[in-house]
Design a protein around this ligand. Structure first.
Ligand code: PLP
Length: 429
């Protein structure tokens, strides 16, 4: 058998898959070079076809908070797979996972399972529009809610901008009802409400923005949104696809003490399998078919094998007190990176939220909105990325993404990471 390298596989893949990948950021376009093809993962490590190993800070873009091939998750998947992959009919494990999430997330009394974060966002927006009888939504510049048409809108310049499609293929009419505001800018949101008031069905946001590197909500921002939504009978939707079960069981909503009307989930709730979900108060969720009139459906929704992976993941998070250690270990990594940057005089801004962290090569001392990241030194990021790859550290191949730490990243991995960070920063200095 021919030994297949990432180079070979990528050349091959490009002939059969657009751009050689099934999701754009995997293509390394933002950093240059050839995407790495992986064979397997174990704990904090991933292994490629070229026989290299890496300490992994991507974790499949968030789901793998318990590391790769977690024994309980693998066991649950094997058990359920052996009983039949899909029924297209109800199974008990869907109810078990729904019950567990309702139990541990205060904002959620009822939940509908879907197959991805994108599907969850799209469905939650439809529900918000159906339940309120209004069409407009407010989203924030730089927040990502999946690749659904109406949410692929970026901000134009100035205040109160109507969205323009940010990708060919999305008709203008699909995003006309999407109003854009800057993240952390409550004043802009107020102005949108003053102009469009009771036409606005929902305000949707990542309560901690993790798709424009990592931007934390400023004091009063989430509470201010909650107040505005209450004043105008608009629904507040937290997209917790990244943040759900990341810092604690109750997500960013619980962490900041703000209760959204709807929450969107994905990633961790599927434990590495394709799962998304949206949930909220009973009277709102009962608008969804077949209980209500807002239609949403899926052949593989609530798939038992996927539910098994999610349940095994959430049960371990519920039963073990992992979050304190996860946050502490991430803090050690962040502090080490900060010290290395200071020592070698490389301007770097670092943020942390539980076991997620992000860093931006910039002189700025505050990062509060999308442009702060866009205007950073992306070239330095590229060099840093490749210097880490050379040393066996795999971080997301884009300056706009965040790093994820798992329960398997322990002392040895952290030490190796910090030494690699120091070398990579030194090379920039
Ligand atoms: N919402 C947020 C906050 C995300 O980060 C993502 C994906 O990264 C999505 C939604 C879309 O999820 P998916 O890629 O599962 O469709």
């Amino acid at each position: 058998m021919q030994f297949e390298t990432s180079q070979h596989l990528y050349q091959d893949a490009k002939q059969f898959i657009p751009g050689g990948v099934n999701s754009p950021v995997r293509a390394f376009k933002a950093v240059g070079g050839t995407p790495i093809f992986f064979t397997h993962g174990q704990g904090a490590y991933i292994f490629d076809v070229d026989e290299n190993s890496y300490i992994d800070y991507v974790g499949s873009w968030g789901p793998l908070i318990l590391g790769h091939a977690n024994p309980d998750v693998v066991q649950a998947v094997q058990t359920y797979a052996s009983q039949g992959l899909s029924f297209g009919a109800p199974t008990a494990i869907e109810v078990d996972l729904a019950k567990l999430i309702v139990d541990i997330v205060p904002a959620v009394d009822m939940i509908r399972m879907v197959n991805s974060g994108t599907e969850a966002s799209m469905s939650a927006i439809r529900l918000a529009r159906g339940a309120t009888g209004r069409d407009k939504i407010i989203k924030f510049n730089g927040c990502y809610h999946g690749s659904c048409d109406g949410l692929l809108a970026s901000a134009g310049s100035g205040l109160l901008t109507l969205a323009i499609p940010s990708t060919p293929g999305v008709p203008k009419s699909y995003t006309e009802e999407t109003l854009i505001a800057e993240y952390n800018d409550l004043e802009q949101v107020k102005q949108l409400f003053q102009q469009y008031g009771k036409e606005i069905a929902a305000v949707v946001l990542e309560p901690v923005a993790a798709n424009m590197n990592l931007i934390l909500p400023q004091e009063g921002f989430l509470a201010g949104l909650r107040d505005l939504c209450d004043e105008f009978d608009t629904l507040l939707i937290f997209d917790e696809v990244m943040t759900g079960f990341r810092i604690g069981l109750s997500g960013a909503g619980g962490h900041y003490g703000i209760t959204p009307d709807l929450s969107i989930f994905g990633k961790i709730i599927g434990g590495g399998m394709p799962v998304g979900a949206y949930g909220g108060k009973v009277e709102l969720m009962n608008h969804i078919a077949p209980a209500g009139e807002v239609y949403q459906a899926g052949t593989l929704s609530g798939n038992p094998v996927a539910m098994a992976a999610g349940l095994a993941t959430l049960m371990q998070l519920q039963q073990n007190n992992y979050y304190h250690r996860l946050t502490e270990n991430t803090g050690i990594i962040v502090e080490g990176l900060r010290k290395a940057a200071q020592k070698h005089q490389v301007p770097l801004h670092i943020s942390q939220f539980g076991s997620m962290f992000g860093f931006v090569f910039t002189e700025a001392t505050e990062i509060t909105r999308f442009n702060d990241v866009k205007e950073s030194n992306i070239n330095q990021f590229k060099h840093f990325f490749h210097a880490l790859i050379q040393q066996g550290i795999y971080i997301p191949p884009s300056a706009f993404e965040v790093c994820f730490v798992s329960t398997c990243h322990c002392e040895t991995e952290i030490e190796k990471t910090l030494s690699a960070f120091e070398q990579a920063i030194k090379a920039l200095g």
